[in-house]
Design a protein around this ligand. Structure first.
Ligand SMILES: Nc1ncnc2c1ncn2[C@@H]1O[C@H](COP(=O)(O)OP(=O)(O)OP(=O)(O)O)[C@@H](O)[C@H]1O
Length: 356
C-alpha cells in the first residue's frame, strides 16, 4: 500500500508563503506529478510529506493514517534528489546496497535485490565503479537504483532528471514510466518541466505560489485548463491568449478583430475575457470563413516536423501550427481559421475558465 494525501498544508518562510493550502490525493500505485515553476512550493510539499519540514498547518496521511507528526524514518518513504548524493568512495554496488545494509538485510538477499534493480536500470556493467568513474546519467541511474532497491511505501522524486542532458532526459522519461509499470509502487514526482509531467503522469497537480491550481490527468489539464495561467504553463508552443469581450453573438477583440462567440459558459456582454487558442486549433488552411481572423505574418519558427507561424492579429500575436513547408515574409497578409469548438474562454479579471 502507498497512498498519500495532504490536507491544507501551510508553510511560511519569513514573509514567503511557500505552501498556501496544499491539498492533494496520491492514489496507491499511481505516478503522480507535482508540476510548477521555480519557487512554486514543490520541494517544500515533498519535504513536508517526507517529514523533513515542520508545517504551520495541515495534515499528511499515509495509507489513510495521520502521519503529520511521525518521524521521517517511520514514514517509510524513499527520496530521490536532483543532486545524486552518492557516497563518493563506494562502488555503485555498495551505494545501491546501502539502504538494505542499514536495515540489516541478509547478504544473499542484498545481492539478489541489487542484481534485480541494476538489471531494471541497465547498469549491470557499472557495479564495480565509483561515482568519479561514471557519467552524470550513470550516477543518476545509480541514485535511482538506490531508492528503488527497497520496497518503501512510496518513492518521492525531486526533479531527478534535471541534471541530465536533453537526450538522456528523454530516454529516462520512458525508462521511469517502464520502471513504474514493472515495480507497481507509488511515485510522487516533482518537476518544472511540463513535457515530463505530460509524458509520465497518471495525474498532475499544477502548483503556483503555494496553491494548487488544478489536479487532473495530463489530458484534462491540457484540454480543460482551470484558468488562463494553467493554460499558458502547459503546452508548447504556448497557448495564445487574446483579450476581447462578448458583444451579442460575437467576440470582439481589443485589437478590432471579431469572431462568432464560442459555445462556452455564461459571459455577460462587455465582460473582459481572454480567448485561448492553441496552435493546433488554428490553421492557415481556410476551412470555415465564418470563424477566421485576418492578420499578417510576424515570424516563422521551423521545428522540423512542423513550423510555428506567429501571426499578428490586431495588437496580439497568435501562434499557428503549420506544415513544415510553409513559407512567407514578415508582413504577408494571412487568414487564420479558428476551430471554435476547441477555443477556451477565460474571465480576464480572475483568469478562471468559463466552463462549457
Ligand atoms: N529553507 C527555506 N528558507 C527560506 N525560504 C525558503 C526555504 N525553502 C524554500 N523557501 C522558499 O519557499 C518557496 C518555495 O520553495 P520550493 O523550494 O518549495 O519551490 P520549488 O517549487 O521546489 O522550486 P524549484 O523548482 O526552484 O526547486 C520559494 O519562494 C523559496 O524561496
Amino acid at each position: 500500500m502507498g497512498s498519500i494525501s495532504t490536507q491544507g498544508l501551510r508553510k511560511a518562510f519569513g514573509d514567503v508563503q511557500a505552501l498556501d493550502d496544499v491539498t492533494i490525493d496520491v492514489p496507491d500505485g499511481s505516478f503522480f506529478v507535482i508540476l510548477g515553476p521555480s519557487g512554486a512550493g514543490k520541494t517544500t510539499t515533498l519535504r513536508a510529506i517526507a517529514g523533513l519540514e515542520r508545517l504551520d498547518a495541515g495534515t499528511v496521511r499515509l495509507d489513510g493514517l495521520d502521519a503529520t507528526k511521525a518521524d521521517p524514518a517511520a514514514r517509510d518513504l524513499a527520496m530521490v534528489f536532483q543532486s545524486y548524493a552518492l557516497y563518493p568512495k563506494r562502488t555503485a554496488f555498495d551505494n545501491i546496497a546501502s539502504p538494505l545494509r542499514a536495515r540489516r538485510t541478509p547478504a544473499a538477499e542484498i545481492t539478489r535485490r541489487v542484481d534485480e534493480v541494476s538489471a531494471l536500470l541497465h547498469i549491470e556493467k557499472l557495479m564495480k565503479r565509483r561515482p568519479a568513474q561514471m557519467s552524470g546519467g550513470e550516477m543518476q541511474r545509480v541514485a535511482l537504483a538506490r531508492a528503488l532497491v527497497r520496497s518503501p511505501r512510496a518513492f518521492l522524486m525531486d526533479e531527478p532528471l534535471t541534471n541530465l542532458d536533453l537526450k538522456l532526459r528523454v530516454e529516462m522519461r520512458t525508462e521511469l514510466t517502464r520502471i513504474h509499470r514493472s515495480l507497481g509502487g507509488t511515485f510522487l514526482y516533482v518537476t518544472n518541466d511540463q513535457v515530463e509531467a505530460m509524458s509520465m503522469a497518471d495525474q498532475v497537480a499544477v502548483l503556483k505560489e503555494g496553491r494548487v491550481q488544478q489536479v487532473g490527468t495530463p489530458r484534462e489539464v491540457y484540454e480543460r485548463p482551470a484558468n488562463s495561467w494553467v493554460a499558458a504553463f502547459v503546452g508548447n508552443p504556448r497557448i495564445s491568449l487574446l483579450p476581447c469581450r462578448a458583444e451579442g453573438t460575437r467576440l470582439v477583440g481589443d485589437g478590432g478583430w471579431s469572431l462568432p462567440r464560442p459555445r462556452t459558459g455564461a459571459a455577460g456582454d462587455g465582460q473582459p475575457l481572454l480567448l485561448g487558442l492553441r496552435a493546433e486549433d488554428v490553421s492557415l488552411d481556410r476551412r470555415d470563413a465564418a470563424a477566421a481572423l485576418d492578420g499578417e505574418l510576424y515570424a516563422l519558427e521551423p521545428l522540423g516536423d512542423r513550423t510555428v507561424v506567429d501571426v499578428r492579429v490586431g495588437s496580439e500575436v497568435l501562434k499557428v501550427k503549420a506544415r513544415p513547408s510553409v513559407t512567407g515574409r514578415p508582413g504577408d497578409r494571412l487568414t487564420v481559421s479558428v476551430d471554435l469548438d476547441r477555443a477556451h474562454l477565460f474571465d480576464a479579471g480572475t483568469g478562471l475558465a468559463l466552463t462549457r
